[in-house]
Design a protein around this ligand. Structure first.
Ligand SMILES: [Zn+2]
Length: 256
């Protein structure tokens, strides 16, 4: 049995048996790992607070045949405050589930871990608005995972898309000039100019700035709605945690 040291962000925890717990975590390198934590629910003495959901921790693990067992864990950073607000918690669960869906146990995706840590940091203490953090994470995560939308070239005629108006198709994952979009129909919709600017920013900026912008009004609504549609369409699946998040934010949206 080998001892392994690594930093990882805990995405999910599941209790089982009388005293044990399973963690799904994302290593700093963006590898998804399962960690068995034996006896951590037995008594105060055995509990390891850094081995809990939404903690970014330095783990010491035993590894055998690709399976990990917890030995010890120390905090690098705890996003514990995200569990104290139901909306922030629901959103963090969705971002974590989405990250888990796009990472693997045998492949590194360091950008994904970085993006998720930055998203949690932006949500922590409500530094950034949840809806924009969610949409920005969705767009950039998809781009980092091989589903980058193409905004440079018209998906219909192949010419470079220059000045606005620019249209976008979730299904095609491409932009189109207005004439082509009108001709082809489909699900091409005209992007609000500020939504297009925000999308370009999120897709091309350095990771540390992904969540650092403001967007309001209909452009914000469009930017957010398209991000979610893009994820659901291209991954071809839904997420329980997303439904839970939607059930929480709906009453707020209904007031508008
Ligand atoms: Zn065209």
């Amino acid at each position: 049995m080998a001892e392994v040291k690594l930093r990882a962000l805990v995405l999910r925890e599941v209790d089982f048996g009388d005293y044990d717990r399973y963690l799904t975590a994302l290593s700093e390198g963006g590898r998804k790992i399962e960690i068995l934590c034996k006896g951590v629910r037995r008594g105060a003495k055995q509990q390891i607070p850094a081995a809990r959901q939404f903690c970014f921790s330095e783990f010491v693990l035993f590894e055998r045949g690709g399976r990990y067992t917890l030995r010890e864990a120390d905090f690098v950073h705890s996003f514990w405050d995200l569990t104290q607000d139901i909306e922030a918690y629901a959103l963090a669960c969705y971002l974590a589930e989405l990250a888990a869906a796009l990472t693997a146990e045998d492949e590194d995706s360091p950008a994904v871990c970085r993006l998720l840590l930055l998203a949690f940091r932006a949500l922590s203490g409500k530094k950034r608005e949840g809806a924009l953090v969610k949409a920005s994470f969705e767009w950039r995560l998809m781009a980092e995972s091989g589903y980058a939308p193409d905004l440079a070239v018209c998906g219909v005629c192949g010419r470079a898309v220059g000045q606005p108006p620019v249209c976008f198709s979730v299904r095609a994952g491409t932009a189109a000039d207005e004439a082509c979009a009108r001709r082809i129909g489909g699900d091409y919709t005209r992007l609000a100019d500020s939504a297009l600017r925000a999308l370009m920013h999120v897709l091309t900026c350095e990771p540390g700035k992904v969540y650092a912008f403001a967007l309001t009004g209909p452009a914000r609504a469009q930017f957010c709605a398209l991000a979610e549609q893009y994820v659901l369409y291209h991954l071809g699946r839904g997420f329980d945690s997303l439904q839970f998040y939607q059930s929480i934010i709906k009453p707020i949206g209904a007031k508008k």
